[in-house]
Design a protein around this ligand. Structure first.
Ligand SMILES: Nc1ncnc2c1ncn2[C@@H]1O[C@H](COP(=O)(O)OP(=O)(O)O)[C@@H](O)[C@H]1O
Ligand SMILES: [Mg+2]
Length: 208
């Protein structure tokens, strides 16, 4: 079982959207997936409630102190537990970093968003320097098609010393319209969005 946190202290960076879509893409690859909503705002839980957990089950766990124990109590039998992160460098975020095998950092291709990731990157590096096996990657999120911005952004991100996933998501209405109904892009006919998320899922599954 792998615990994957989707973290970024910036609201609107695409954490919940990546969590729900990635969860479904992994389940298409025959993986058993549980979403843990660590955000007290409960967006992933709201999403799950729309379809009664039919797409992917969601549990809300937002007590930072007991997160490791709480995850252990619910994660039996799953291949992937995806933790949808809370905004701010909160206790929720620190405890998510502590319990994770992998952190994915969705980041929009804008300088402000890249700068805003600095403190999260520091927290991850501190953990790695303590000898943890934690792996962390940026995933470019909501890139505008037909611009080279995403390419430039990868350069800027590399200065943080964390790798980026090759695959990314672009800005597409299907992500927001499907979320409103508690669904994912896989329940729409947006093949382009589906293939973006599929690539991210495959990249994740290739990690040792
Ligand atoms: N790739 C995308 N294309 C279009 N809209 C997106 C995309 N990713 C996220 N959104 C929309 O942006 C808003 C913020 O995304 P969300 O996943 O809730 O971010 P976070 O969880 O980081 O706050 C939501 O309305 C969501 O539907
Ligand atoms: Mg969210």
């Amino acid at each position: 079982m792998k615990i994957v946190s989707i973290l970024n202290q910036k609201g609107g960076s695409g954490k919940t959207t990546l969590t729900t879509n990635l969860a479904f893409a992994l389940s298409l690859q025959k993986q058993k997936v549980l979403i843990v909503d660590s955000d007290p705002q409960g967006s992933a839980s709201d999403w799950g409630n729309e379809t009664g957990g039919e797409i992917v089950p969601v549990v809300g766990l937002n007590r930072p102190k007991s997160l490791p124990k709480d995850i252990e109590a619910v994660s039996n039998g799953y291949d992937y537990v995806l933790i949808d992160g809370a905004p701010q460098l909160s206790d929720q975020m620190s405890s998510a970093i502590r319990v994770s095998d992998i952190v994915l950092i969705p980041v929009q291709p804008s300088p402000y968003d890249i700068w805003a990731a600095a403190s999260l990157v520091d927290a991850i590096k501190q953990r790695q320097e303590l000898g943890s096996e934690l792996k962390a990657f940026f995933v470019i999120s909501r890139a505008i098609t037909n611009t080279n911005l995403a390419g430039e952004v990868k350069g800027a991100l590399s200065e943080y010393g964390l790798p980026s996933f090759t695959s990314s998501t672009t800005q597409k209405i299907s992500y927001s319209s499907s979320a409103a109904a508690g669904k994912t892009v896989f329940q729409t006919n947006d093949k382009k969005a589906q293939s973006e998320v599929e690539s991210i899922a495959k990249e994740l599954m290739e990690l040792k």
